[in-house]
Ligand binder design. Sequence first.
Ligand SMILES: NC(=O)c1ccc[n+]([C@@H]2O[C@H](COP(=O)([O-])OP(=O)(O)OC[C@H]3O[C@@H](n4cnc5c(N)ncnc54)[C@H](OP(=O)(O)O)[C@@H]3O)[C@@H](O)[C@H]2O)c1
Length: 503
Amino acid sequence: MNSQVDSRHRSSKRYTLLTGATGLVGRYLMRDLLLKGHKLAVLVRPTKQQMVRERIEGILQMWEGNLGHRLPRPVLLSGDVTQANLGLSPKQLSWSEKFLDQIIHGAAVLKFQSASRELEPWKTNLGGTQHVLDFSKRCNIRDFHYISTAYVCGEREATVYENELAVNQTFRNDYEVSKFEAEQLVRDFDCFESKTIYRPAVISGDSQTGYTSTYHGLLLYLRLMAMLVPEQTKNADGVIETPISLPIEGDEPRNVVPVDWVAKTICHLVRTPEAHGRTYHLVPDRCTSAREVIEYCYKYFHSDGVKFCGADAERTADSELAEKLFENTSIYASYETSDPHFDKRNVSRFAGHLDCPSIDEEMIFKLIDFGKQNRWGKEKEAAPKVVRWIESHLTEIALAAQKMMGALRINGTDRIFKFGLDIHGPGGGQWQLLANEGRFDVTPGLPDDSSPVLKLNDIQINDLLMRHDSEEMDRSPAEDTKDAINWTGPLETVITENPQPNQ
Ligand SMILES: NC(=O)c1ccc[n+]([C@@H]2O[C@H](COP(=O)([O-])OP(=O)(O)OC[C@H]3O[C@@H](n4cnc5c(N)ncnc54)[C@H](OP(=O)(O)O)[C@@H]3O)[C@@H](O)[C@H]2O)c1
């Protein structure tokens, strides 16, 4: 009997929780997993301006605009990894215990220096990872995926292998140490059947569109060039002069990878069970170099004048331009002279068919074009446009289904009936509705595969709701409906805390 209960419980645990879904990597990973039909929940914190559902809706509508078709919606958990139990409400926690079986933990803070271990990046990267691990244990998660960084290797020069972590290395900053210690926590945590670790190198924007939502690493340098170079004077030939002496050879290898490849590779590995349980260096096949990037920038801006003075030279500014550049990139100074060689045999073995696009001239042009169009991060993300948030209309949907159910009365008794609602597009979501004796239990997330699922897009469901509204206008006082629906899942908090839907 117990084993029957266990196996039923087990088979219904089929959702993956992604943390960091609003971040650069996370928003690509969310898109790619949803495109593959992966059952996804996301842990997101509200901002001052937007609640969780508006944040995720805005990102998904951006993807839908690019893709030209609608996407499913993930289950939303409103939380924060710096809090115990990820700050989830009791209902969200019990939903998680019942339905989650896999976690991809990507949330982190990319702040390099800290005044104390009580502050960022420690709070999120180390404390947050500990909370995610404790939460995983509570939810009996069997399959854990963690996004680390290639730079847990610290200041190494020799080849770094995927199976190595602690080799008495020294580190450049608190971010590296916090990620190193977090990866160690994950490796030492005993509760999982499998742990898979992804270590991306420096992440740039999209290889096809130049899109990015943050400006770190290479993107920060490009932003500075785009802002500073056009301010410099042109010589007699019309070429902008950029007199900067850099204390590097210029040809030092740089491990930079586009975000679309990072997400596509993680998505593929998450969905390939035989690849689980390993560590993956998400690094380029061909490194770029400062000299290459600067030469592409010469072409873009029609400029010239950077000198490479060798790694022994001082990082001293010999022009106002150099002063501004050095001042704004000082956090990266320790990365300028060396970058290790990362062995990537696990990636080659399990995702070798996914070619990593090289950072070439065309890509640099796209990155700069996008940055300019996006005003280097100052352009506000578009607010989502939603005619109806379907979660606010589940009572009507349940009542319409109940009416249909009347027709299904068998031998004079109500039939117990479970079905899923999978609404793609703006305002959509995934729910299961269990009709029982005239009442409905509504739980976020789709039912297991044996129950029917009503799959509609936002236009179709809005048509249905409009028709239902006009039919019911004269004869459906609110009192008739208020007890028809019983929430059993996490979205209740999102419903009650959210402002009125956008029109
Ligand atoms: N970018 C790189 O070059 C790079 C390189 C190697 C590895 N990585 C790793 O890749 C992962 C993703 O990085 P990214 O570049 O995508 O970073 P990002 O754009 O800065 O995104 C960070 C994400 O973490 C979330 N987050 C931060 N603190 C949180 C908290 N207390 N509770 C819940 N969520 C929280 C953020 O949510 P909000 O939107 O609410 O802030 C955001 O969704 C990180 O683990 C990072 O260490 C990044």
